[in-house]
Design a protein around this ligand. Structure first.
Ligand code: URA
Length: 275
């Protein structure tokens, strides 16, 4: 509220919402929020008045229920299906095509574009974020918004750029309103990012932020505990050296933490030079 009082005009308030990830009032696809509700338990008639009884008798009929024709949320079958599809891709092009025609993840329905990757697929190093935001969804490329601009500066600080790195995300479709992906959404996308790492076959991966690190390291530890220490991502039986670090979007909110990210990046640079 205090922010609102301080802001001088509506434009600033709108920009503030967009910064916070609130860039839609209504989703593209209607959501029937009553669909999942269990039937109400039968109530005992605890002295209903005659007037109330008459009113209830005259209540209008319930509106028709919207029936979902496809699974809205990935289930165990969908996850198994995703594994098989990802597994059968033999090249990055095949993996991209497989994702483009994959209908098992609800996030695809609200996203404008598939955000597959950017950079050099022959690079020694791969950076992996969480999920595309608004700008990435519009352009179909990872890390092109404000966080991406900071990522570019982080790369430059260790003499890298998009020509010498490969960049992708755990989730290839933007979650509506930039909400956190659900565990089911993450699990259904996991086989694709694991296959993605396997096909790029980098010497090192950098896991940007807690979500990427937790998913690919299969741990519930937080990023502050994980960052700055070399770990291993397991892809199809072989281990890839991985450095978890702070997400650039977090660093935009907490610039004082950049010094921790800098320590991690120096380790990454050292490992790249040693390779
Ligand atoms: N944040 C991410 O994790 N990935 C992007 O592509 C953009 C922002």
């Amino acid at each position: 509220m205090l922010y609102h009082l301080l802001m001088e005009n509506t434009q600033e308030i709108l920009e503030w919402y967009v910064e916070a990830g609130v860039d839609v009032l209504l989703e593209d696809v209607p959501v029937n929020r009553f669909e999942e509700l269990p039937p109400a338990p039968a109530k005992k008639n605890q002295g209903e008045t005659l007037a109330a009884k008459r009113l209830n008798e005259r209540a209008p009929p319930a509106p028709p229920r919207i029936v979902q024709t496809e699974a809205a949320v990935p289930d165990a079958n969908a996850i198994e299906n995703a594994k098989q599809i990802a597994h059968s891709a033999n090249t990055l092009e095949e993996l991209k095509l497989a994702l483009a025609s994959f209908e098992g993840c609800n996030l695809k329905r609200t996203a404008k574009n598939l955000v597959f990757a950017d950079g050099n697929p022959n690079a020694d190093i791969m950076f992996i974020g969480e999920a595309p935001g608004r700008d990435e969804d519009i352009q179909g490329l990872p890390f092109v918004g404000r966080a991406g601009q900071l990522l570019d500066k982080m790369l430059a600080a260790i003499n890298l750029d998009r020509g010498s790195t490969y960049i992708s995300n755990v989730i290839p479709w933007r979650p509506p309103g930039n909400r956190t992906p659900t565990p089911q959404e993450t699990e259904i996308c996991r086989p694709f990012i694991e296959k993605h790492i396997e096909l790029v076959s980098p010497k090192l991966v950098v896991l940007l932020g807690g979500s990427s690190a937790k998913t690919l390291l299969k741990t519930s530890d937080g990023i502050m505990r994980l960052r700055g220490k070399w770990k291993e991502v397991d892809v199809d039986g072989s281990a890839v050296k991985a450095m978890p670090t702070l997400h650039p979007a977090y660093l935009l909110r907490q610039p004082a933490q950049k010094r921790l990210a800098w320590q991690d990046l120096l380790q990454v640079q050292k490992a790249l030079l040693a390779n």
